[in-house]
Design a protein around this ligand. Structure first.
Ligand code: ZN
Length: 685
């Protein structure tokens, strides 16, 4: 009987397997196990040569077996030994049986998935099979946040062994669960690794995660810290008070002694406070214990990035099982930002930032194959056009259901890949409660149409809106509410504004849309919500709109009806989330100092929808602001007003601090702006 057969709890099972591996003998006896330890293990663990162990407290008590559960020194010792030894090696994922993709298929996928501003991707050679090396680094992180809160967590980082860039989660999901082979089952070359670079990348990832964890612990520990301070302060104050009382009635010759005592008490108080601060300062320590090089079946596609008549050679690596390209590494700086085809070279958004090419000005005619940064690659446009129906007909659901798309061109090469369904389909509003009953008597104002009519108008509006987006067209200015967040979005990103607002990559376009409209009460924007399909992924959206002189105008596009909720559970990946925060694409326009402060601070703190509301508000009242007002105070005042209207509970002092100004300056500026900062709560901006 081997230890593995024993159905003990995991810690005991681990210890038994460790013991066996170290040369011990293990005999399963049902609720306990008999163990014979080799000398070395016996010395290291200070246990007898022969013993009976269990994880069941009753068995331990009745039979005198040793209770081996987490916390037992023998277990800690075994874990330490295994960790110290590490877990390093090289494995291969099985080569897939499926046929290699054709050059045309990969070229189409490259144009669709790899964004290159101003450039077009053309396949430039034959596809070659190769193993892509990934590095998997595991580490134990020990956290300490107070004298009593100490714990360990395991972290894992995956990087591309060639570049140290993060491996996308979707890729990891598809690789998880595949068998790990000790030797390759296909004779393919292995793409060269850069281990120092890759390890640096992995280490950075681990550090970042540990730091984020530590920061949350710090925040939590603060309360403990403050109550500990309060206790210490009260104690030392009591001591000093009693010295004072004695001093009042003491004979003169005792005064120097009492003064010395008071001084010593004050010094001790200060020391204790420092000590408390140290006890509650959250810290962490990283201990790597795993390093695997995992070889993943892949295909290398040589490409040219074309800009006008110039071409730049480049290589893309297609991960066979994942349907994704490996992390694309900027050839200029090694970063992971989106690529930009410059006049002289291919770089990324980060290392070519500030170049005039990034300002969104058209620089060449489309016939030359050049595009503006906010336009999709040719393939993607064709596809979106092909799959999103021509303007959905006004009228019944039946008509809107018709699959209307013509065949997209350019699919001649290779096996056709599955396409998302080509139709625009409205959904009945069952998953968010019934629309309000028609109580026309309770509705104020002639602007509110009946709920049925509003529903139809809202759905039609949403289809027309997303159709325009899919066609890479610009939503007419007269259908945008003045000074609205949508107006601000279009100003920031041009026609890519609506997709950017949902955390979709700026050069990806919807292929399918659903819409449900919920008529609201008087004075409240109508809400039309639904889902957009983009490259097989779903993104929720909410359009805020209303009727102006009988015609609908769109005011806001957000991932959810509330600017503080960025995505509903199950929707939106980590990447989407990041694009709704600090990884939002850079604006195409220059921001004035106030707008820049709002953008930077709110993007990171609250997210894109809130930041856009702040910009809309600021751009509306900019004229009203006195020229001598300080930008940080203006930005803080705007953020405070928008926050109040959105129902956040951020304190003024906190807001002022995050803009580097004082609560007083914030108040003064807010008073100067007066009613301009009184926002409509129903709209929130
Ligand atoms: Zn770069």
């Amino acid at each position: 009987v081997t230890a593995a057969a024993i159905r003990h709890e995991p810690a005991l099972r681990f210890w038994l397997r460790y013991t066996e591996r170290e040369g011990g003998l293990v005999e399963d006896a049902g609720d306990h196990a008999l163990v014979l330890l080799p000398d070395e293990l016996r010395e290291a663990s200070e246990l007898p040569e022969e013993l009976s162990v269990t994880s069941d407290p009753d068995v331990a008590r009745e039979d005198g077996a040793m209770l081996l559960i987490p916390g037992h020194p023998a277990l800690d010792q075994a874990a330490r030994a295994v960790l110290a030894e590490g877990d390093a090696g090289s494995v291969y994922l099985p080569w897939p049986a499926s046929r290699r993709p054709s050059r045309g298929t990969l070229e189409a996928r490259a144009r669709e998935l790899v964004a290159v501003a101003h450039g077009r991707i053309d396949a430039a050679g034959e596809i070659a099979a190769a193993y892509l090396p990934l590095l998997r680094v595991g580490a134990m992180v020990s956290y300490a946040a107070s004298l009593t809160l100490r714990f360990q967590e395991q972290e894992e980082a995956w990087v591309d062994a060639r570049s140290g860039l993060v491996v996308a989660e979707r890729v990891l999901e598809t690789l998880a669960g595949l068998p790990h082979l000790r030797a390759p089952d296909a004779r393919q070359r292995i793409l060269p690794s850069d281990l120092p670079l890759a390890l640096r990348g992995a280490h950075e990832q681990l550090e970042q995660r540990a730091q984020a964890r530590r920061d949350t612990l710090r925040t939590k520990a603060r309360r403990g810290l403050e109550s500990e301070f309060a206790r210490a302060d009260a104690y030392y104050k009591g001591v000093l008070d009693s010295i004072d009382r004695r001093r009042a009635s003491a004979p003169p010759d005792r005064l120097p002694l009492l003064d010395a005592q008071a001084d010593a008490t004050r010094a001790e108080h200060a020391r204790r406070r420092r000590e408390i601060e140290e006890e509650f300062d959250a810290t962490y320590e990283l201990r790597p214990f795993r390093l695997h090089r995992v070889h993943v079946p892949a295909y290398v596609l040589p490409v040219h990035v074309r800009r006008g008549r110039r071409t730049f050679p480049f290589e893309l690596v297609w991960i066979a099982g994942a349907g994704e390209f490996a992390a694309i590494c900027c050839p200029a700086c090694g970063g992971a930002d989106e690529l930009v085809a410059g006049r002289e070279r291919v770089g990324c958004a980060a290392c070519t930032a500030g170049a005039p090419a990034h300002r969104g000005q058209p620089e060449a005619r489309p016939e030359e194959g050049l595009r503006r940064a906010d336009q999709p690659p040719a393939g993607a446009v064709e596809e979106a056009r092909g799959q999103l129906a021509p303007r959905p007909p006004a009228g019944t659901v039946e008509e809107a259901r018709r699959p209307l798309a013509p065949q997209p061109p350019g699919a001649a090469d290779g096996p056709a890949r599955p396409r998302p369904p080509r139709r625009v389909r409205p959904r009945p509003g069952r998953d968010a409660g019934p629309p309000r009953a028609s109580g026309s008597g309770s509705r104020a104002g002639p602007a509110k149409a009946g709920p049925r009519k509003l529903e139809r108008t809202g759905n039609k509006l949403a289809f027309a809106f997303w159709q325009t987006v899919a066609d890479d067209g610009r939503w007419p200015r007269k259908k945008v509410a003045a000074h609205s967040p949508l107006a601000a979005l279009l100003r920031l990103y041009g026609q890519a504004g609506p997709v950017c607002a949902l955390g979709i990559r700026p050069r990806q376009w919807p292929s399918e849309v659903t819409a449900v409209t919920y008529p609201t009460g008087p004075g409240v924007p109508e809400l039309t919500v639904g889902e957009l399909k983009v490259l097989g992924r779903s993104y929720r959206y909410t359009l805020g709109w209303w009727l102006e002189v009988g015609r609908p105008v769109v005011a806001e596009v957000m991932p959810a009806p509330d600017p503080l909720v960025l995505a509903l559970p199950g929707h939106g990946s980590v990447e989407t989330e990041a694009r709704l925060h600090e990884r939002a694409p850079a604006p195409l326009i220059d921001l004035d100092p106030v707008a820049a402060a709002l953008w930077k601070t709110e993007l990171a703190d609250t997210g894109l929808p809130f930041a856009v509301r702040c910009l809309a508000t600021w751009w509306r009242l900019r004229e009203a602001a006195a020229p001598n007002e300080a930008p940080p105070a203006l930005a803080a005042a705007v953020a405070a007003a928008v926050g109040r209207a959105a129902g956040t509970r951020r304190k003024r002092a906190e807001i002022a601090a995050s803009y580097g100004t004082s609560p007083d300056a914030l108040d003064q500026t807010a008073r100067a702006l007066g009613t301009h900062l009184r926002l409509d709560r129903a709209r929130g901006w």
